[in-house]
Ligand binder design. Structure first.
Ligand SMILES: [Ca+2]
Length: 418
């Protein structure tokens, strides 16, 4: 046993040495399907890989999405001539939103705020804790920013709004990004796609920050500000490459917390590096656990299964305060439950009920914004600690066994940061 361990150590040391000193090789930069694995089980599959679309991680830190007829041509014609400037290439992949379709409602029902009531959101609002001054990244489908409850909650990019048309006034690489960016069509209107996929991004945004004074939806953090970045196309399909660029964009805009109500089965080395790097910017990444009704200890879903310190992964509970049957669980990877079943929120042109860990996640994201408005100097680790310490223990199959409790989390943060 001892000998085997030494052998293993030697192999690791040797590969580190080679990685650091040897010249780059084509196969080293683009290992194909042999991608790095995340935490959790090694469940890489090629089922959702896009065979003619590639995520390129450049040595200078930026990411691009490129297309080619096939991988071999891409290697020879794109990667090889630029090998020195490229750090990593992988197949792009499809991602899915973690919710069921919206059920639109014309009249406001009586149970519109069961989620907010269950997690004691009004305890924050009554104390004047509303998420003020906190920017939240919504990396999702398009957000209808003309919705009366969403429009006042968008984070304006003042340099662009007060700048010149057609000019990248703030020099962030995006021309006229007044509020956000559409990474699916690479243009400046994050509400451009008018289709069912708008429901998801607008619904998630409403749960986080809908303005209470302008309609029937009560956002968890009604004075937080949203930076929307769309990565979904009109058919409801999104690519990982666009999602990665969206994450990098919102982090550049100064968000404290990013909501990720989506996932996929393939572990991506680029996504892993980008999410891990958010920690150095003190950004918390809040992730949906997924809706397959499985234990993530045995089936992986990324980014949920990365399980980084700067990550909180959320399961969905219902109005009876049980975990839903369809929510993914895990005592190691999923941190807490939050309301996600029949959640009322904003959609383009009105309101709808939606269900999914997609809806549970923004309850936690909104709470992180509340906590940061209470203690702007907090680290992501302190915010996460307060979120997890505050739960009501419900015996859920998650790490804390509990469900979000905003009142308790506020008290927890006051103890962590008096
Ligand atoms: Ca710009």
């Amino acid at each position: 046993m001892l000998v085997r361990r030494i052998e293993l150590l030697l192999i690791i040391v040797t590969s580190l040495y080679l990685g650091a000193c040897a010249n780059k090789t084509l196969d080293g930069v683009f290992p194909g399907t042999q991608q790095g694995t995340g935490v959790g089980s090694d469940a890489c599959t090629s089922a959702s890989l896009l065979q003619n679309q590639f995520i390129v991680q450049w040595e200078d830190g930026h990411t691009s999405v490129e297309t080619s007829e096939n991988a071999e041509l891409f290697k020879q014609k794109f990667i090889l001539p630029q090998l020195g400037k490229i750090s990593h290439v992988e197949f792009d992949q499809k991602l899915e939103l973690h919710s069921a379709p919206a059920v639109r409602v014309s009249a406001v029902g009586s149970s519109t705020a069961w989620g907010q009531n269950t997690v004691f959101a009004s305890s924050a609002w009554n104390a004047g804790i509303n998420g003020q001054g906190v920017l939240v990244g919504v990396v999702d489908a398009a957000v209808d920013y003309t919705h009366p409850q969403i429009q006042p909650r968008l984070a304006p990019n003042q340099a662009e709004i007060n700048g010149r048309a057609g000019i990248d006034d703030d020099g962030n690489g995006f021309v006229d990004d007044f509020y956000g960016w559409d990474f699916q069509q690479n243009q400046n209107n994050p509400a451009n796609i008018v289709s069912a996929t708008n429901d998801h991004g607008t619904h998630v945004s409403g749960i986080i920050a809908a303005d209470h004074s302008r309609g029937s939806m009560q956002g968890v953090a009604p004075q937080a500000q949203i930076v929307p970045a769309n990565f979904m196309d009109a058919s409801g399909s999104g690519s990982l490459g666009a999602a990665i660029q969206a994450i990098q964009y919102v982090s550049m805009r100064g968000v404290k917390v990013i909501n990720a109500s989506w996932g996929g089965p393939v572990c991506s080395q680029t996504l892993k590096a980008v999410v891990n790097n958010l920690a150095s910017q003190n950004i918390l990444f809040v992730v949906a656990s997924g809706n397959d009704g499985v234990d993530l200890d045995s089936v992986s879903d990324y980014p949920a299964s990365f399980n980084f310190p700067n990550q909180v992964t959320v399961a969905a509970s219902n109005s009876s305060d049980f975990l839903t049957s369809w929510s993914n669980t895990s005592f190691n990877i999923v941190h807490l439950g939050a309301p996600g079943d029949s959640i009322y929120s904003t959609v383009p042109g009105g309101y709808a009920y939606m269900s999914g860990t997609s809806m549970a996640t923004p309850f936690v994201t909104g709470t992180a914004a509340l906590l940061w408005s209470l203690r702007p100097a907090a680290t992501y680790a302190q915010i996460k600690q307060a979120l997890l310490a505050g739960v009501d223990n419900k015996g859920f199959r998650v790490k804390t066994q509990g469900r979000l409790n905003i009142s308790n989390s506020i008290n927890a943060l006051k103890q962590i940061l008096p």
